[in-house]
Write a protein that binds this ligand. Structure first.
Ligand code: FMN
Length: 319
């Protein structure tokens, strides 16, 4: 049995699994490995840095398979989208912000449009904008998301019902085949997975970060703006990020405005990064981080997750 869905048919992939466009760390090697494994690899184009794209796109394009590129909608302009489209992706994914200035251009260029949503209003807008695939992100997810997000388990079927027949990918708290199976049972056409792919051979992540993910526990994750303030990232405060515990969270929790106004504390953060006292970036991680205990090649991971999902579906409800 293979798990065939509207999503696998749309992109001609073997498994209903996409790797998330994790800004900077989901490079060409990761997307290519996901593709080789039969999933759908999405580059983490973040703010559309032309040099990064010029380096990473050819690596995944060389596979000859389908691939996508994702952007942070609040941080890009049309030039970034045009640049990505010039490389011929199968899909452009937009998250966090108003995608309407870009959607027409993506569709005109013949790429599929994937929109990530965090509430029902965004889901409705995604349908109006002609999304080909809608990613329903639950608050368990690693990295940035809604300040008052919904849990994946009830949010995904609510989005599935609202946007039908547009296919939905479930995102947030999925890190193995059981989670993929659950997504399908909820009516999703597949799963979009981030944190699990950070801990793979191909992710462009500092070893201190992958180590923290392998050792981390879901109960130690927290959604907060604080580390974005500390590192002066410019992220809109309506999208706090889920990370593992961090010394600056303990030191400044609840005092974000005070931190933002304290130049010495902001300098201390940079100094702590420079001397290796804290990880170079926050460890963005979702609640399913407990399930991540190794650092496999992404191709093997996809194959194993797909097999586990099939097995989980076959065994569900049987003694
Ligand atoms: C390290 C990391 C970086 C991320 N960067 C982005 C990004 O640049 N753009 C984006 O759309 N989503 C980003 N996300 C969120 C993912 O798209 C997705 O919603 C999330 O990873 C799903 O939850 P999971 O981490 O539990 O699998 C990121 C997630 C992580 C863990």
């Amino acid at each position: 049995m293979t798990l065939s869905t509207v999503f696998t048919e749309m992109f001609g992939v073997r498994h209903p699994i996409a790797s998330a466009p994790m800004g900077g760390s989901a490079g060409g090697a990761l997307a290519a490995a996901v593709s080789r494994g039969g999933g759908f690899g999405i580059l983490g184009g973040a703010y559309g840095d032309p040099e990064w794209l010029a380096r990473e796109v050819p690596i995944v394009a060389a596979t000859g398979g389908p691939w996508g590129v994702g952007f942070l909608t609040w941080g890009i302009d049309l030039a970034a989208v045009e640049l990505a489209l010039s490389h011929g992706p199968s899909a452009v994914m937009l998250s966090f912000g108003d995608p309407s200035p870009y959607t027409e251009r993506v569709r005109e260029a013949g790429a599929r449009l994937i929109l990530q949503v965090t509430d029902l209003e965004e889901a409705r807008q995604a349908v109006d904008l002609g999304a080909d695939v809608i990613v329903a992100q639950g608050t368990e997810s690693g990295g940035h998301g809604a300040a008052h997000g919904r849990s994946t388990l009830p949010f995904v079927p609510a989005v599935v019902d609202l946007v039908a027949p547009v296919p939905v990918l479930a995102a947030g708290g999925i890190a193995d085949g059981r989670g993929v199976a659950a997504a399908l049972v909820l009516g999703a056409a597949g799963a979009l997975i981030g944190t699990r792919f950070q801990a793979t051979v191909e992710a462009l992540a500092d070893p201190s970060i992958t180590r923290a993910i392998v050792e981390g526990r879901g109960q130690d994750t927290e959604r907060s703006n604080l580390l974005d303030v500390a590192r002066g990232s410019g992220w809109p405060s309506k999208y706090p990020a889920r990370t593992l515990g961090h010394p600056y969270l303990d030191r400044w929790r609840g005092r974000e405005a005070e931190l933002a106004a304290d130049p010495q504390a902001l300098q201390d953060y940079q100094d702590d990064v420079a001397r290796g006292a804290i990880t170079p970036l926050p460890v963005w991680a979702g609640e399913a981080v407990d399930l991540i205990t190794d650092l496999p090649p992404a191709e093997d991971l996809i194959t194993a997750m797909a097999a586990q999902a099939e097995e989980a579906l076959n065994r569900a409800g049987r003694r």
